[in-house]
Design a protein around this ligand. Sequence first.
Ligand SMILES: NC(=O)c1ccc[n+]([C@@H]2O[C@H](COP(=O)([O-])OP(=O)(O)OC[C@H]3O[C@@H](n4cnc5c(N)ncnc54)[C@H](O)[C@@H]3O)[C@@H](O)[C@H]2O)c1
Length: 253
Amino acid sequence: MSLSNKLITITGAASGIGLSTARILARRGALLSLADYNASKLQNAHSELASLSSSSKVISTPLDIRDTDSVNKWIHNTKEKFGMYIDGAANVAGFHPLWTPKNVQDISDEEFEEVIAINTTGLFKCLRAQLAEGVLNEKGASIVNVGSVSGLIGFAGDAAYVASKHATHGLTKSVSKEAGKRNIRVNAVAPGQTDTPMVQAMQAENGVLPTPAVSLGRSGMPEEVAELIVWLLGYESRYVTGSIYRIDGGMLE
Ligand SMILES: NC(=O)c1ccc[n+]([C@@H]2O[C@H](COP(=O)([O-])OP(=O)(O)OC[C@H]3O[C@@H](n4cnc5c(N)ncnc54)[C@H](O)[C@@H]3O)[C@@H](O)[C@H]2O)c1
């Protein structure tokens, strides 16, 4: 129950892995500051989570993590509204374009830059705001970034996303080395194919994706990834930092 009354920020909280993470944290009594750029889905998430715990324990901010001012204000306001340091951050927001696979010679500047702007630069902006002096609880805070197996290996036809997720893992490893002396841990999870609206939208656009070649023979569920994120946020993982935790059902490479 180590997360009771701990203040946790979550990006991408309106859907999929971020929403599943918020649900577990709400049930454990955490204080939640949710952010997402889909304002209507965020409103629905807010209502559900407030009913799971208490409306005084949840605040929501529609924002785009590409916008520096919005990210900085969100983190500042979170601390002010709850009147305490932030104990944890789940940086989950991410974007995969609804492309049929495209080799690098067919990707436009705009397509490549949109993926990097959200998955890499947007994450950087969140980390910068969270790691500014006086924001996180330096008696023990934890940041969890959501990478991907696409941050560990290459996939033909998906170079932009793969590059963006390798950068997620690179940010995680470097920032963990900077933050450790402040008693702040920084880790990432690297999910394989997980059954979320992101993957469902790709399937609707491109037809059913091939069943992933994994030992467990099925896709992951968002709550399975969320449980790992919550463990990394909590006291139980207090000696873990700079790690990338693969959660992919045993991908057969
Ligand atoms: N589903 C998978 O198979 C899978 C696998 C590996 C990694 N991931 C990663 O997991 C994370 C969560 O994805 P998901 O599958 O739950 O997808 P999802 O689409 O269900 O949720 C992603 C959320 O992020 C939000 N978001 C996207 N861009 C944003 C921005 N610029 N600013 C603020 N919010 C933004 C979306 O509105 C959405 O609510 C992503 O980082 C994704 O890359 C997913």
